[in-house]
Structures are given as structure tokens and as C-alpha cells.
Design a protein around this ligand. Sequence first.
Ligand SMILES: Cc1ncc(COP(=O)(O)O)c(C=O)c1O
Length: 383
Amino acid sequence: MTSPLSHGFLDGDGRTWLDSAHQGKLPLAAADAAHEAIDWKLSPHQLSQARFLDVPDRLRSTLARLVRGAPDDIALANSASYGLHAIANAYPWVEGDEVLVMTGDFPSDILPWLVLEDRYGVRVRRIVPADRVVAPDELAAAITPRTRVFCTTWVHSFSGYAVDLDALGQICRERGVFFVANGSQAVGARPIDVGATPIDALVSVGFKWLCGPYGTGFAWIRPELRERLWQTKAYWLAQLTQADLARDDLDITLRRGPHDLDIFGTANFNQFVPWTVSVEHLLDVGIDRIRDHDDQLVTELVERLPEAGMDVLVAPAPSARSTLVYFSHPDRSRNAGLHASLAEAGIHVSSRGGGLRASPHLYNGSADIDRLVEHLRSASPGT
Ligand SMILES: Cc1ncc(COP(=O)(O)O)c(C=O)c1O
């Protein structure tokens, strides 16, 4: 692994993990925290009221620091899909409203809105991009007076192309459209300041670039959008505490609160305790530093994969590149075999859409790129 930022991650398992776009590695400190959370459950007297309150509070404020937003604007989730569904199900739709999505986007960005078609007569229109992601002029041309929401990924899972969040968001602002961005393939690998970016919601999984356990995610929702949403659920732990249950005059009335959109089980200590430590670890290293490090590895991949005869399929403009580097053997039918042979050698990349995808993160170093390139070179000689 040998990266200056790899300290705090498991090394020495003989594996080269270049697949953070699928699953990020859990920091060792987060694994310790997970063990501690299991201990609480082994001896449940440790599951104090204070811990029930602290688990969601600490995660919420850590995620707020990550996106430079306010803690009350963060909804805790178990996925990216959760936040997208929460918004789709709570928006005050009127028949004939439109949602714009992109053909070929990750399914999580399309499915939550399709559910609305039969229920509310909402029309989901798919922009077919000329390239791999929606360009600002394509969005501008697609918006109509009925468009309420535009939803797409910040970094496209199936090409690694990054959209221009500022340009797309600016168009949405000018046209009165809410911009819901899925940052699952970017948050943790690059910084974001939600106050300075023209987006209305940012959802993300926690288990890729944020190095958390599976079954984690969040949604940041700008108050202007949140205040428009119907209350679709009323979870007692978002309004009361366990201590309230001890009262003999418990008054159950419907209230609205900033955390109404949280997933149920907000003190989910098994997942949220280690995830909080993962995000704290990334923040301690520094997201700007991680971005610079990851970008350096992307540059090395782009320069060196052709040495192994591979076609590199990243966006031509460096500003549209991400930490997802797609490549292919010139004979695409060879990719499946290469993927299997890499895995057998302990080098892990993804196989997606007929191509191969390497996605390096802070725990990777140049030695990992060397290993990938050398194996590809020896596995496909003469290309
Ligand atoms: C952009 C994007 N969104 C979402 C997901 C999956 O998250 P969820 O299961 O929460 O939809 C992935 C990958 O697994 C992804 O690449």
C-alpha cells in the first residue's frame, strides 16, 4: 500500500485494493469503535441514555463539518437511496410536475422518482447526454415551466465523469428548479462546501469514499427545500427521548422537528459509531490533502495504463475527471478475463459496463499502481 496517508488502515493482507468506488476500507480506529459498540450490546447496561443521544449527535455534527453545513440540515440515513426517497416522497407534487434525470445514470437516481408517476401523475423525463454526463446547455434546454427537480450524480458511476455542479446548479437556481445531487462517488474524495455550491440536496452513501461500514449514508437538505416538504413520518426518537418514556404524563402530539427525515433507529450504534470515527479520520487527514493525493494517483493511472496496452477512458478535460478511472483492453472481450486474473493475483478493480474501473483512495500509493500496471502488462503481452 505504502501511501503517506495510509497510516491507520490495515496493511499486509497481501491485497491491492483499488476498488473504493465499490467499498472503501474501514480505518482501524473505526474497527476498534465497532468492537466497542458490540461490547455495549454484550453488556447492555452500557447502552445509556447519554449514548443514545450522543451517537446521532456526534455523527450529525461530523457530517456537517464534512460538507461545511449546519447539523440540523443533515438527515442520517442508511444509503443514498434513503435520502432520495425521503425527498421524492415528501415533495408537494402536483399532477403534471416534471423531474429531470439522466439516461444511464446510477439506478438510485432514477427509481425514487418513477414511483411518483402513477401516484401523483409526475412525469420523469430522461435527458440523453451527448457525452457521458449532462452538460449545462443540455440541462438548460430540457427544463420546462413544469420542471420541479433535477437529480443526477456528481460523479457518474459508469464512466467516472464528473458533472459541473456549479454550472448545473446555477441553471437550476435561475429557472426555479431544485437540484438534488448524489455525491456517493465523490464525497470523501473531494471537498464540498454546501453553502457555496448551488445545490439543494446532497445525498451520499457512507461506505465508499467515506470509509464507513455498509448500510450508512446521509442527506444534506437545504432548509428552503426541507421546509417545502410534507411531513411523511413522525418517529418518536426524533421528537422524544427514552427519558420521556419514564414520565406518567407523556403527551403524544404531532410535532415537526429538524430531524424528522432521519432514518428510524438513529442511535444505530453498530454502524454509526464506527462510521463517525471513519469520517473523523478523513477530516483529521484533511479532505483537501486526500483530494490532492487521490488526484496524483489518478494522474499516474492515466499515464501508465497505456504502458500495459490499455485504452484509458477518462474524461478529456481534467476538471471532469474523478477518482474513478475506467480503462479497457483494446479487445473489450478480454476485460472479463483480465478482471478475473487481477483478482486472483490479489489486485482488486471493478468490472462495469464491459470495462474495468480502478478507484484509488488515501490508503493507496504508487506501488499499487505499479502492481496493477505490471500485472496487466504480463497478462496481456503484446498489446
Ligand atoms: C452514485 C451511486 N449512488 C448510489 C449507490 C448505491 O447506494 P444506494 O444503495 O444507497 O442507492 C452507488 C453504488 O453502489 C453509486 O455509485
